[in-house]
Write a protein that binds this ligand. Structure first.
Ligand SMILES: Nc1ncnc2c1ncn2[C@@H]1O[C@H](COP(=O)(O)OP(=O)(O)OP(=O)(O)O)[C@@H](O)[C@H]1O
Length: 712
């Protein structure tokens, strides 16, 4: 079962993955895909500008930043910069305005205002730092875990957050200071804890959105653990809101710390707060004293807010450099189209039957390698009676995929086909153990080679995802984290399973890019997702899926988002991959794509497998009225001037599945027997099975070998 391990990856220097060399040459595709330089070159320049260059162009944020740096450095280096010690007295200069000896004047007993501001700032800023650290660590951790995990963890964290909100913060702080008199650290820690639920709520709501991003799913599918995904893929996207919230909280903490000092509740030594209190007490004698202290406190708070806004805007610009979906689609067309086969479009339009036999022929060797003496493929993947349910709004579980059984032999390509909502993606996700939204496998089993996946622990599943099973997404650009280069994605995917140094992983990444026919791998390693066309991004996605020589690749509508000419190349790549010995599950609702690649098809309808058969047989003689209807309504077979036949009605939602045959309400052959009770999948011949009771109306008698009992 590990046959793919070494033989899978042909020598990249051979120039092409194509086993029969009948199609695209490396140079051709390479030229085509590299024929998209204009936009990437511009994007590349924009990228190089980087965060710092964009930030320094914001005069307000830069001024705020400089002022904060000056104040912080002044406080940190107070022993070096301050002309006097914080308690040094110059009685002759008491309550004086600015002079050469005292640049900001002197307070009671001739204490130098500038020196006390610098020394006092050390205590104030340390308190603010402590408070912000507690606020950020607690808020970010709680928010990310609640948003990412969901379920009871989310409910618990939100319950605690609501509880914290309900507590009167000022009273709690006064209680803390009563327990720890003049202990400002305790007060600032308490302030951080009391503020953290607010940050947690914001982080949670952003995380809830981010966790549904395809690139997060892709990271899980490549085997990354939750901690790594949170740290590497979510935290950078959360940085904007976190920075803004921390800066606002920092400003509030400065205000509170000085307030405590002003009220005499903080430390007794000089802080900005005690200085303000002193100045306030001598307002009638020397009003000037309030000016420097008030100025520093107010401008520091203001600068924190402006800095937060500036950083947030700069981060937002970084992401706004990504093209819109529409632009992505536009870019995927001409860039790749320039050098694809002239007959690509025609091939895509080819009748499924013709393409099916081509697929069968071109992959006969691979399939042959994977068959035993009886001609039955080795079941690399065996799915038995898989049933999946999701919690519905009433808190009950609703079954959305029911009793799904099929197998995939080593090196075999199997297509799962059906209308939207039939359960294809849920089935694929269940195989990978990645059901979102509280979904769970309620019955059945999934076995990969010798590993039972439905009962495997988290560590085993992480090693399976991205290791033994690769995944190719339907939206290649969205599957790549916009914060990272293609090289980073590949190196990450390689190292998570194989470990080793970055240099070795990068070399392997380069080889993988050559393998998927990317003409300038070095440049691609440095490219960000927004710089890629759809076709290029999909090649990178395929390279990621192949990173650890998987036994099986699940491709979820891998060509749906691509231009038709690029589709042909991606399909060719998958065909070649499969011919090299890797099994492929292709999730699709496109017969053309299916026929291009697969030897067998599994047809799903309303959560059930309703038919499975070798592709050519299924196309020639469908054994279920739904398959027949789907094939008739295939747009590739449309006759100009004639309306395209359709299957009337729509797929019923899982909550409205009929008691009997799920297809009965749309079926022209259905009788009362079909509606009476559930219909099981029964064997039609050695390699075929169907869930239809009227099969004798569809197939000639000799084909109907056996119709087993249909009642459950
Ligand atoms: N998180 C979820 N919570 C509840 N129901 C879900 C969830 N995900 C999917 N479903 C339901 O499961 C059923 C199958 O959905 P699935 O996405 O697998 O269909 P599909 O055949 O892959 O469709 P498409 O081709 O549009 O992707 C649908 O009825 C869908 O509403």
């Amino acid at each position: 079962m590990t046959s793919q391990a070494t033989g899978l990856i042909p020598d990249p220097t051979a120039g092409s993955l194509d086993p029969d060399n009948t199609t695209v040459a490396v140079g051709a595709v390479g030229a085509g895909d590299s024929g998209e330089p204009a936009a990437p070159a511009r994007d590349s320049q924009q990228r190089r500008r980087g965060f710092v260059r964009r930030f320094v162009r914001k005069p307000v944020a830069m001024t705020a930043f400089c002022w904060l740096v000056i104040v912080v450095l002044g406080c940190v280096f107070a022993p070096l910069l301050a002309p006097y010690g914080p308690e040094d007295q110059d009685l002759m200069a008491a309550l004086s305005t600015p002079s050469a000896a005292h640049p900001l004047g002197a307070g009671e007993l001739g204490l130098d205002v500038l020196s006390r501001l610098l020394y006092g700032g050390r205590i104030t800023l340390l308190g603010v730092l402590i408070s912000c650290t507690v606020f950020a660590v607690l808020g970010v951790l709680a928010g990310m875990i609640a948003g990412f995990r969901g379920g009871w963890v989310d409910r618990l964290v939100m319950w605690l957050a609501n509880l914290a909100f309900a507590l009167p913060a000022v009273i709690i702080l006064l209680v803390v200071l009563a327990i720890f008199p003049n202990n400002e650290t305790a007060a600032m820690v308490a302030l951080g804890i009391l503020g953290a639920p607010g940050l947690a709520r914001i982080v949670r709501s952003v995380t809830l959105g981010l966790r549904e991003e395809l690139y997060v799913k892709a990271a899980r599918l490549s085997g990354l653990g939750t901690g790594t995904i949170l740290r590497r893929h979510l935290l950078p996207r959360l940085a904007g809101p976190i920075i803004v919230q921390v800066s606002l909280f920092g400003a509030a903490a400065v205000g509170l710390e000085t307030g405590l000092g002003f009220l005499g509740l903080g430390v007794t030594t000089a802080t900005w707060g005690t200085l303000a209190a002193e100045a306030n007490s001598r307002l009638a004698d020397q009003p000037w004293l309030l000016v420097p202290t008030g100025f520093v406190i107010i401008t520091f708070i203001l600068a924190l807010g402006l800095l937060g806004d500036g950083i947030r805007d700069t981060l937002a610009e970084r992401y706004s450099l990504q093209p819109s979906k529409k632009r992505r689609r536009r870019r995927s067309a001409p860039a790749d189209g320039a050098a694809v086969r002239p007959d690509a479009h025609r091939q895509r339009k080819a009748r499924p039957a013709a393409a099916a036999s081509a697929a069968a022929d071109s992959t006969a060797d691979a399939a042959g390698r994977a068959t035993d003496v009886d001609g039955a493929p080795d079941p690399l993947l065996q799915v038995d009676g898989l049933t999946v349910a999701f919690p519905n709004q009433d808190g009950c579980e609703l079954t959305v995929v029911q009793d799904v059984s099929f197998s995939v032999g080593a090196g075999e390509a199997v297509g799962i086909v059906g209308e939207s909502g039939c359960g294809k993606t849920v089935t694929a996700s269940a195989i990978l153990g990645l059901l979102r939204g509280g979904g769970r496998i309620t019955a059945g089993s999934v076995r990969l080679d010798d590993t039972e996946l439905t009962t495997a622990d988290a560590a085993t599943m992480r090693s399976v995802r991205g290791g033994r099973i690769g995944w190719i997404s339907q939206d290649p650009i969205a599957s790549l984290d916009p914060s990272f280069t293609a090289g980073h994605h590949l190196v990450e995917a390689i190292r998570v399973h194989r470990g080793g140094s970055k240099a070795v992983a990068r070399q392997r990444a380069r080889e993988l890019l050559e393998l998927v026919r990317i003409p300038d791998p070095e440049r691609m390693l440095r490219s960000y997702p927004h710089q890629l066309s759809g076709g290029m991004a999909q090649r990178v996605g395929i390279a990621c899926a192949l990173a650890c020589d998987p036994q099986l690749v699940i491709a979820d509508e891998p060509t749906t988002a691509l231009d038709v000419t690029v589709q042909a190349d991606i399909l060719q790549l998958l065909r070649t991959l499969q011919a090299s010995g890797t099994a492929v599950i292709l999730v699709t609702h496109d017969w053309g794509v299916l026929a291009d690649l697969c030897q067998r098809a599994v047809v799903m309808y309303a959560g059930e497998v309703i038919e499975q058969a070798p592709l050519q047989e299924l196309i020639d003689r469908p054994a279920h009225p739904y398959t027949r209807g789907l094939l008739r309504s295939n747009p590739h077979q449309a006759v100009r001037g004639e309306p395209l036949p359709t299957v009337r009605g729509t797929v019923p939602a899982p909550s409205h599945w009929p008691a009997g045959c799920h297809f009965a309400d749309r079926c022209e052959l259905a009788t009362s027997v079909c509606r009476a009770e559930p219909v099981t999948l029964h064997r039609v011949s050695a390699e075929r099975s169907s869930r239809c009771l009227r099969i004798d109306q569809l197939l000639p008698r000799p084909d109907v070998e056996q119709v087993a009992g249909h009642a459950r």
